[in-house]
Design a protein around this ligand. Structure first.
Ligand code: FAD
Ligand code: FES
Length: 268
């Protein structure tokens, strides 16, 4: 059931230039949120901006408060930086389908591919998988970002991944290039193994991860699509997917944001 709730801001601080750590208390929503699901936040009590903004949950504290890591990119996220501890924030959630964790249980190796802010939902995913009774395989983390500041988002992943490789577009940390270069290397070193990949990041990165994955790899990708209502009503987030060679339109907010590795019809 989708809850419409007031969450209480417990913390909202800048952890790197333009990157914020927001902690929200709302047990009604966060006690049942699954990795990959999201919340739709009203950033202002006035009508501007009119639309809510979607955010992933990056981790849960011991008190089951949600940590949202967000990057300031426009008006909505700028307004969010003004929220102070003790203030209330109107949110909808949990929304979306979330990742399928059990799907990775029989893989020889699990690999997480994070691009920029895409590291946020993968952190809660990794923490949850690490707590599963069946989890014994390697969890490889490949995290890329435009620069070192944005790589801050991947700090939680660094703690979890037994093996972590980093990449930055500007070469300020790790491999100088794209995270997909790291994924290519990983695939070459693990050919023949049964691999499960979870990826989240910009669409061109997800497209590349999907198209370069050979048959021994299955997985899921989480799309970061611009949204209107967030609950499946406005059709503002529709994408083309493939089902048994047929094109099927799906809503990222309601049918996703997580889709099968080979389930999306990528535009040219
Ligand atoms: C399911 C989901 C989970 C998300 N989780 C996070 C998260 O954990 N942390 C985080 O920082 N961001 C996350 N985002 C993206 C976040 O919702 C947007 O950055 C935010 O809505 C921008 O609002 P704004 O008013 O600041 O920017 P706007 O003024 O709306 O836009 C500023 C610029 O950002 C671009 N933009 C806006 N929204 C998106 C988007 N969804 N994808 C790509 N480009 C966009 C616009 O085209 C424009 O160029 C998520 C998005 C989705 C769909
Ligand atoms: S945002 Fe309205 S249907 Fe998805």
């Amino acid at each position: 059931m989708i809850e419409h709730q007031d969450a209480v801001v417990r913390k909202n601080c800048e952890i790197a230039p333009g990157i914020f750590h927001l902690e929200l208390e709302c047990p009604e929503v966060f006690s049942r949120i699954m990795p990959g699901q999201f919340i739709h936040v009203r950033v202002n009590s006035s009508l501007d901006p009119l639309l809510r903004r979607p955010f992933s949950i990056s981790s849960l504290t011991a008190e089951k408060n949600a940590v949202v890591l967000y990057k300031v990119v426009g008006k909505g996220t700028r307004l969010l930086t003004e929220k102070c501890a003790g203030e209330k924030v109107d949110l909808l959630g949990p929304l979306g389908n979330g990742f399928d964790l059990e799907a990775a249980s029989d893989a020889d190796s699990i690999v997480l591919v994070a691009g920029g802010m895409g590291a946020a939902p993968l952190t809660l995913l990794a923490e949850t998988i690490a707590g599963k009774r069946w989890f014994s395989q390697n969890m490889n983390v490949l995290a890329g970002a435009p620069n070192t500041a944005e790589l801050t988002i991947a700090a939680g992943l660094r703690k979890i991944g037994k093996e972590i490789s980093l990449a930055t577009d500007d070469g300020s940390a790790g491999h100088h290039g794209y995270v997909t270069d790291l994924y290519e290397k990983f695939l070459n070193e693990n050919s023949g193994k049964k691999i499960f990949v979870y990826a989240c990041g910009p669409v061109p990165m997800l497209k590349k991860v999907s198209l370069m994955s050979p048959d021994n790899v299955s997985g899921q990708v989480s799309l970061d699509e611009m949204m209107g209502c967030g609950i499946g009503a406005c059709l503002g987030c529709v994408i083309k997917t493939r089902e048994a060679d047929k094109l099927v339109y799906k809503r990222v907010c309601k049918d996703g944001p997580v889709f099968g590795l080979r389930g999306i019809h990528w535009e040219e």
